[in-house]
Design a protein around this ligand. Structure first.
Ligand SMILES: *Cc1c(COP(=O)(O)O)cnc(C)c1O
Length: 386
């Protein structure tokens, strides 16, 4: 949306892509719940033919997210996994992909259990070490895939550094920006070619919809992705697009509160004797802290901690009342989960061990409730560890 591109994040969140509906003036983009569009004569239509190919609610969402990510094009999908799966369809059999070893469990499963069967070759490396990425490059490398911070150990990757390696190797760099959101981090501005989001998380923000989006500045890549969106068909429904657009309007306010709560909770947790290790990119002793400080404007609201043993993690999680035990993250409500048993159970046990995802490992998604209540809740949790 050219009109708002030079304006602040909050203005873009509220107005980007969201012009009043041209046919009625409705200030919110309507939920165009239709599968087809009537033509006045064969081939004469108003830009919409069939809902897999195009939908005005989806188009509004795509423009809005493109504006937030400082990208020219955004292509929306039915989930974060559908977005990632569609992105992989840019590649060909025989291509090589370098990938962080500490990624979203579902992304690892998609690569390792499905796309490996299509003769795509993956190298999983510690992407927080640029030298490890550089060493993994081959003549067949077409894509480098990173998340920063990673999930769930919150390791930081130098995005601008990886972008240089990608350029030099004729590969494209894709960054999953779900944890940071465009409010805190703009990978395209750091040199990435493609940004991916699970909008299910912070972007929609209310744990009431599923979605994914791919953003790029490259017209040829965007054209190919629109083709894949229509040809493979993993499109979001208009209701989910509407809910995501509604969530986006408060993204900047929510992220401020998520993060200020998370900082206070980090200060509290790091003093707890039951905590063996704490993982938070805002922790100055975290190895990626200085890179995070340089490439982002915040630290996010995911905190992981290790309480030493499975029985401690179980007791802690069972005692929490406000933090709900659930997978997912990024909604207004605080969640807690056990990665080894829940989100990361598809990661092989020896990989989990190498990454430090132990049986005492707990991940918190800090919500936007009153922080005093959240800390009191955690206090009850720590009290339950004997
Ligand atoms: C949740 C998540 C995904 C997958 O998104 P879905 O919308 O659940 O399909 C991908 N990457 C990250 C970092 C996530 O947190």
């Amino acid at each position: 949306m050219k009109d708002y591109d030079d304006m602040g994040f909050g203005t873009r969140a509220i107005h980007g892509g969201q012009e009043p509906d041209p046919s009625t003036g409705a200030i919110m983009p309507p939920i165009y719940q239709t599968s087809t569009y009537v033509q006045s004569a064969p081939g004469e239509h108003k830009g919409y033919e069939y809902a897999r190919t195009g939908n005005p609610t989806r188009a509004a969402l795509e423009k809005s997210v493109a504006s937030l990510e400082l990208g020219r094009f955004a292509i929306a999908f039915s989930s974060g996994m559908a977005a990632i799966s569609s992105l992989i369809k840019l590649l060909k059999s025989g291509d090589h992909i370098i990938c962080s070893d500490d990624i979203y469990g579902g992304t690892f499963r998609l690569f390792d259990k499905i796309y490996k069967n299509f003769n795509l070759n993956f190298s999983f490396v510690d992407a927080s070490e640029l030298a490890d990425i550089e060493q993994a490059v081959t003549v067949k490398t077409r894509m480098i895939w990173v998340e920063s911070p990673t999930n769930p150990t919150l390791k930081i990757t130098d995005i601008a550094g990886v972008a240089k390696i990608a350029k030099a190797s004729n590969a494209f760099l894709a960054v999953d920006n779900t944890f940071m959101t465009p409010y805190f981090q703009s990978p395209l501005a750091l040199g990435a070619d493609i940004v991916v989001h699970s909008t299910t998380k912070y972007i929609a923000g209310h744990s009431d919809s599923l979605g994914g989006v791919v953003i790029t500045n490259d017209a040829a890549t965007a054209e190919r992705l629109y083709f894949i969106q229509n040809a493979a068909g993993a499109v979001p429904g208009p209701m989910d697009c509407f809910l995501t657009l509604r969530g986006i309007k408060t993204l900047h306010l929510r992220m401020e509160r998520h993060e200020s709560n998370a900082r206070k909770i980090y200060e509290y947790i790091k003093r707890q004797p039951a905590v063996r290790r704490i993982f938070y990119p805002g922790d100055p002793t975290c190895p990626g802290y200085s890179i995070q400080k340089k490439q982002s404007t915040g630290y996010g609201a995911i905190i992981s901690l290790d309480v030493g043993a499975l029985q401690n993690a179980r007791a802690f999680l069972a005692a929490l009342r406000i933090f709900k035990l659930a997978e997912s993250l990024g909604g207004v409500e605080s969640l807690a989960e056990h990665p080894a048993i829940m989100t990361h159970s598809s990661v092989p046990a020896e990989t989990r061990a190498r990454l430090g995802i132990t049986d005492g490992f707990v991940r918190l998604s800090v919500g936007i409730e009153d922080v005093g209540d959240l800390i009191a809740d955690l206090e009850t949790g720590f009290g339950a560890i004997s």
